[in-house]
Design a protein around this ligand. Structure first.
Ligand code: NI
Ligand code: MN
Length: 228
């Protein structure tokens, strides 16, 4: 599986012939806006963890540029975008569904979820994506939770985990290291860091912490692709 970072928590997963875009927020990201052209993004699925604007701001534009793309998210988020003419598949925490690219299982995330206009955004979620090209866990915005200990029971062979590490609004890198142990995955791709002053982190310290814990932390560069 190839994972391209578009900044903040936005990733494009290339899974065989399929492309799954996660949490589209680019134009409003001061670090990404000059590096990624949203009109050049092609995808056939859009996976969204929760309704906060730093995860959905460019969803409508990208979905309309990719008319056949299917939005996968919680019931409330899918309902919101259905009203805007975007096709979606609604799920909720605990649910599992097979799509063309692989299986998605919705897991708990401890956070909040509301749209910029105040509309209720349902429960925030993380996703386990299991495919013929490797399995990944996308935590979404969340604190460290004991529920993460269930993840290796659902999917014992994770190639990588995309975990928030920026602290303040989500877990920081120390808790992300604990999470990596809970989920039995030694390759972590960090996200939700540096975008805003609230979540700026010390890169060297974060990498050192993971190294001394026997885990690998990738601090992805915007526009770079990582094979897992
Ligand atoms: Ni959030
Ligand atoms: Mn966020």
């Amino acid at each position: 599986m190839e994972i391209t970072f578009y900044g903040h928590s936005c990733f494009l997963l290339k899974i065989g012939e399929h492309k799954v875009l996660v949490d589209p927020f680019i134009k409003g990201n001061p670090l990404a806006t000059d590096k990624v052209n949203i009109d050049e993004i092609s995808c056939d699925f859009i996976l969204v963890t929760h309704a906060h604007n730093d995860h959905v701001a460019d969803l409508e534009t990208i979905a309309k540029n990719n008319q056949d793309a299917l939005l996968i998210s919680n019931y409330e988020i899918v309902g919101y975008y259905t009203n805007l003419g975007i096709t979606g598949y609604p799920m909720n925490v605990g649910g599992e569904k097979k799509f063309d690219f692989g299986k998605v299982k919705c897991v708990n995330a401890v956070h909040s979820s509301v749209f910029a206009d105040g509309t209720y955004g349902g429960a925030p979620m993380g996703y386990i994506v299991s495919t013929d090209h490797g399995n990944v866990y996308i935590a979404g915005d969340t604190s460290l939770t004991m529920d993460m200990r269930l993840i290796p029971e659902f999917e014992p062979q994770l190639r990588a985990a995309i975990l928030p590490i920026g602290d303040n609004f989500t877990m920081g890198y120390d808790d992300a290291l604990r999470a990596a142990n809970y989920i039995s995955c030694n390759q972590v791709i960090g996200c939700h860091f540096d975008t805003f002053p609230f979540i700026e982190i010390d890169h060297e310290e974060a990498k050192q912490r993971f190294e001394s814990g026997g885990m690998d932390l990738i601090l992805p560069e915007i526009g770079q692709t990582y094979t897992v």
